[in-house]
Design a binder for this molecule. Structure first.
Ligand SMILES: Cc1ncc(COP(=O)(O)O)c(C=O)c1O
Length: 415
């Protein structure tokens, strides 16, 4: 008789895990009703912008990430674009990004007429490889966008040192890293600027939304202007200083984001405590392993929890087959992203839209960019679990571990 659910056996997990996402309650309901009745549905209706819900969110979230300034925007993609414009990106500049990320890290670069240079990741931690960054630097390189992939901080010491040596900017794509810390400092405060997403799956959400962070007043003022049709704070409303779009967050989002920011410390702490327990359990099961925590990673506010599947210890079972068996047991494990970003048709077919690069400057042939570590991690090794599972309790962790153990013990059924 089959033991594994994929072969008709009983399921290991028969109840929902974690807590439903997103979380909300009376504070969010009250805040939304307050916005409604105030008739102030955008922050401009407030005499002092910092009194608005958006303003309060900016201050609270920036503080939580150890940043002096926060500029709330429409989404994470435009947060990256806004940061790039604020830092003075020029047409044809090269910006180095990792292969393992959501495509917006790199498309935001193209949208400001610069050129993403895509490099491989580190095999141990799945973050942008500083050696690959260094090897990709050319006279046209203007900056680096390390992504804290899954929320695990990239090696910011080495990235910042490389940037300093070569005179480059660093914009952290912190869209997965709400609550994450490197050596006790919040992600988004470690480079020149940071960009967060508040899209619904993220660990801080307003349905959609984003926020640009920085500790530099001048950059904060530029970001403010670029998110506000080129206005400057303190200047007349119809005076515009740069060509810029409207990236403003609504008060509805501001109200939700502010209330959600208050939930973030408890959620981050709970996820991390559960993850540490889960990690200890993973170490006991042959064929799976946690991503080890570097001592510099003082808090991992993960968007997805990453662990490693080791096919050779699963009698050569493929990652896809493992995930299929786990899904049948009641645990959805994703691969994170489908493939390294440069394998997307937009890169392989060079569908860049109306880019404006200086004469003689062109993007690389992305079909020739090889990122063997990212290829292997995404196809053969990386297992991602949704962050909301880790809002549950130890029994949720035990159920997941039991299910993995069950598949390992009965792997013969899958071969
Ligand atoms: C790493 C990364 N960067 C940027 C973005 C873009 O954020 P948004 O969807 O809010 O535009 C995302 C969104 O998933 C992301 O995962």
């Amino acid at each position: 008789m089959a033991k594994l659910a994929v072969n008709g056996g009983p399921q290991a997990i028969t109840r929902p895990l974690g807590r439903p996402w997103p979380e909300f309650g009376e504070p969010e309901e009250k805040a939304l009703m307050e916005v409604l009745h105030s008739r102030k549905w955008w922050r401009g209706a407030y005499e002092k912008a910092e009194d608005s819900w958006v303003g309060r969110f900016e201050n609270a979230f920036a503080r939580f990430q150890d940043c002096t300034y926060g500029i709330a925007v429409t989404n994470g993609t435009q947060a990256i674009e806004c940061a790039l414009k604020s830092i003075g990106i020029k047409p044809g500049d090269e910006v180095i990004c990792p292969a393992c990320t959501f495509v917006a890290t790199a498309t935001a670069v193209i949208l400001v007429n610069a050129i993403p240079i895509i490099v491989d990741i580190e095999p141990d931690y799945y973050q942008i490889d500083p050696d690959a960054v260094e090897a990709a630097i050319t006279p046209r390189t203007a900056g680096i966008i390390p992504v804290h992939y899954g929320g695990y901080p990239a090696d910011m010491d080495r990235i910042n040192a490389i940037a300093e040596r070569h005179g480059l900017f660093v914009i952290e794509d912190a869209c997965h890293a709400h609550g994450s810390q490197w050596k006790g400092k919040g992600c988004g405060s470690l480079g020149d600027m940071g960009a967060f997403s508040l899209q619904m799956g993220k660990t801080l959400t307003a349905g959609e939304g984003g926020i640009v962070t920085t500790n530099d007043r001048e950059l904060a003022e530029k970001a403010y202007s670029f998110h506000h049709i080129g206005r400057l704070s303190g200047r007349p409303f119809y005076e515009h200083h740069v060509v810029a779009s409207n990236l403003r967050m609504t008060e509805w989002q501001g109200a939700i984001a502010y209330e959600q920011t208050k939930r973030l410390p408890e959620q981050t702490e709970r996820r991390e405590a559960n993850a540490k327990y889960f990690e200890a359990g993973l170490r006991e099961i042959p064929g799976v392993a946690p991503i080890e925590r570097r001592p510099e990673v003082t808090r991992w506010g993960f968007y997805f929890y990453h662990f490693k599947f080791q096919s050779e210890q699963f009698e050569g079972l493929s990652l896809d087959r493992f995930r299929e068996a786990m899904a049948a047991e009641g645990l959805a494990i994703s691969s994170g992203h489908l493939h390294p970003i440069q394998k997307n048709p937009l890169f392989t077919n060079r569908n860049f839209g109306p880019v404006c690069w200086p004469a003689g400057v062109d993007a690389p042939d992305y079909s020739k960019i090889e990122t063997p570590v990212a290829d292997r991690v995404l196809a053969e090794e990386g297992c991602c679990l949704s962050h909301n599972i880790f809002l549950g309790d130890r029994s949720d962790m035990d159920l997941m571990l039991d299910a993995i153990r069950k598949v390992r013990e009965n792997v013969a059924e899958l071969l």
